[in-house]
Design a protein. Structure first.
Length: 235
């Protein structure tokens, strides 16, 4: 989960426990299920592939990658987040403390690199994407908080009246993400889908609609998944 570009100001240091508990709520479980389904549709990972999760946070996605029999590694700027990840994963994933703008890995080190709700919280998304492109040899997967969704609009409005992590996030549309990708790594093939079309508090009543509505090329879901073909990146 989210990076601050300054290692000494890791944004989620004081919210690590809250972040982990959110996934135990009905809304968190529902969002998690649909977000994972989107990842599988787009990336189609194969057992034995290596994956680096940039902004791995408490290791939530790393645990999922291990279930898929991927060779998982994670990096995060928040030591409290990494402490939780270490306890959760034990030695099942390689964990690193560092920041997304200067990854401590060689070129082409991983088959897949993921940045899930990371670009929203960094000051230089272009530099972060350049680093992701440098260390991957096959795919980059972006999980993005979508600006033009009901949930995204609702979160930004609520943030005007109370303290919220989302107050410090930059939400993106698919067109803005495409522009950032072009600026960072050039014109590369990408596929994208969205999911979570309604506020999470409605999930008991709208779950069938969330799966009925098309996800491919639909710009209105709250969670935007983007897959980049990193094999086309000139390094």
């Amino acid at each position: 989960m989210a990076y601050d570009s300054m290692m000494k100001k890791a944004l989620f240091n004081d919210r690590a426990g809250q972040y982990e508990l959110w996934y135990q709520t009905p809304e968190g479980q529902y969002a998690n299920t649909l977000e994972k389904e989107l990842f599988l549709k787009l990336v189609q990972p194969k057992s034995g592939q290596s994956v680096l999760d940039i902004g791995c946070g408490t290791g939530h996605n790393l645990a999922f990658f291990k279930e898929l029999e991927l060779k998982a590694a994670g990096i995060d700027a928040s030591k409290p987040m990494l402490d939780i990840a270490s306890k959760k994963l034990n030695t099942d994933a390689e964990l690193h403390w560092g920041h997304a703008e200067e990854l401590p890995f060689n070129n082409d080190s991983f088959d897949i690199v993921t940045l899930i709700t990371v670009l929203e919280f960094v000051s230089d998304p272009i530099k972060v994407l350049k680093e992701a492109g440098r260390v991957t040899r096959a795919q980059i997967y972006l999980g993005i908080l979508n600006k033009i969704s009901l949930l995204g609009i609702n979160r930004r409005i609520k943030g005007k009246f109370r303290d919220s992590t989302y107050n410090q996030a930059k939400f993106y549309s698919i067109w803005e993400i495409e522009a950032v990708v072009r600026a960072a790594i050039g014109k590369v093939p990408l596929d994208w889908r969205t999911t979570l079309f309604f506020p999470l508090s409605w999930h008991k009543y709208t779950r069938w609609l969330d799966r009925l509505l098309p996800s491919a090329n639909n710009p209105f879901g709250a969670f935007l998944g983007v897959k980049l073909n990193a094999e086309k990146i000139t390094k």
